[in-house]
Design a protein around this ligand. Structure first.
Ligand SMILES: [Zn+2]
Length: 394
């Protein structure tokens, strides 16, 4: 299904991406620390860079006055589709690592996740403008805070969707380069708290019929594993299958004291877009049943991390991406799953906007050792610009 782009155009775009200008932009963003919920200064910096480049910058509050979002609409004024370049400016809460370029690689907080990728978006936008290559439609650049969990709750992406700061398709520069993610699972983190009436008490002094929260916790783990066995047959192409996973169980102070609290934490993942509410109801019913049987109180907190999504392989954004990717690398990118949850799960799974995650083959996300090869940043800037040319013309 891949059509090709004129080779002179491909060459012009490839030559126009300026590695030094791209790296300078990334360094300027990385050198401003921006842990999640504190991305105001770096958002101001990005707005300043884009303004100096001659773009008209909007700063919608997007439900987070501490760091109004950064938006540029690069519009040809001709009919066509809107391609959204969306990235998060916040980084995980780890010790700040300043930017550094060494061995043709960019290092520092956010180099991989994802200030390097945002700099590639900015460079792609400059190239489209300087070469006057976008035949129609527009590119919408959006950058925001509030991405990384558990500190952020993705409110700015939800605000973009509510307020119409969205395109007909979205590209996201998360560090995934070895496959084109066509689907991904929804995910929620659960924390179950099993409690009983009364104080902690010595094992031999317990009243009869005192609910045993450790035993009930163990029973719950068994039932959750049974639930996993039931739902794992629910599968979808590329996404995988539904699952329940228990990663933590905690209870008790010492070996012969009857505890009052047992806490169980884990994840529930699913493949069917739009089923977060059903998944939650099913889980709550299982807990209510156990509470009725045992006389314990069982409470649960869910943290929704993202909806399940899938992108239709025949969608125009997939064809435009593969055409661009092939022009730059010589072959199509194999289709696959998205192993993590990113903002594409929200754009695609909740708002129904086809979203593709493709970024540099960078390493060290969520560690102190983020590293993005400059050749990869240049490559993705070329792919982004060429994808826009193919997609936006409509
Ligand atoms: Zn990220």
């Amino acid at each position: 299904m891949t059509t090709s782009l004129p080779s002179a155009l491909v060459e012009k775009i490839r030559q126009s991406v300026n590695p030094q200008r791209l790296v300078d932009t990334a360094v300027a963003l990385i050198e401003i620390p921006s842990p999640t919920r504190s991305a105001g200064d770096v958002a101001n910096k990005l707005a300043e860079i884009l303004t100096q480049d001659g773009f008209t910058v909007e700063r919608p509050v997007a439900d987070w006055p501490e760091a109004p979002a950064v938006v540029v609409r690069f519009d040809t004024g001709k009919p066509g589709r809107i391609l959204q370049f969306d990235g998060h400016l916040d980084t995980v809460h780890l010790t700040f690592v300043p930017p550094r370029v060494e061995n043709e690689t960019l290092y520092g907080s956010g180099a991989s996740d994802m200030k390097g990728g945002i700099a590639a978006f900015v460079e792609a936008l400059r190239v489209l403008r300087d070469t006057d290559s976008l035949p129609g439609g527009s590119v919408l650049l959006t950058a925001h805070d509030h991405h990384e969990g558990p500190w952020g709750d993705r409110r700015q992406v939800h605000a973009f969707i509510r307020e119409g700061y969205t395109g007909n398709a979205v590209l996201l520069p998360e560090y995934l380069a070895d496959r084109l993610p066509m689907a991904g699972r929804g995910m929620m983190i659960f924390e179950v708290r099993i409690t009983r009436e009364g104080e902690p008490v010595h094992e031999v002094l317990r009243p009869a019929n005192l609910p045993d929260v450790v035993k009930i916790g163990a029973e719950l783990v068994t039932r959750l594993h049974k639930l996993h066995d039931q739902i794992k047959s629910n599968s979808a192409p590329f996404a995988g299958h539904d699952s329940v996973f228990v990663g933590s169980i905690q209870a008790g102070e010492i070996y012969n004291q009857a505890a009052t609290l047992c806490t169980i934490k884990g994840t529930r993942r699913w493949v069917t877009p739009g089923s977060a509410a059903d998944v939650r109801a099913e889980f709550e019913e299982l807990l209510n049943q156990l509470a009725r049987e045992t006389g314990a109180q069982i409470a649960v907190d869910f943290e929704l991390q993202g909806e399940a999504f899938h992108v239709e392989p025949g969608n125009a954004i997939v064809g435009a991406f593969q055409t661009a990717y092939t022009a730059v690398t010589g072959a199509e990118l194999p289709m696959g799953n998205k192993p993590f949850v990113d903002d594409g799960n929200t754009y695609c799974g909740i708002a129904g906007i086809p979203s593709l995650t493709h970024g540099p083959a960078a390493t060290g996300a969520h560690t102190l050792y983020e590293a993005a090869p400059i050749a990869e940043l240049v490559r993705v800037a070329q792919v982004y610009a060429l994808t826009a040319i193919g997609y936006c013309a409509g």
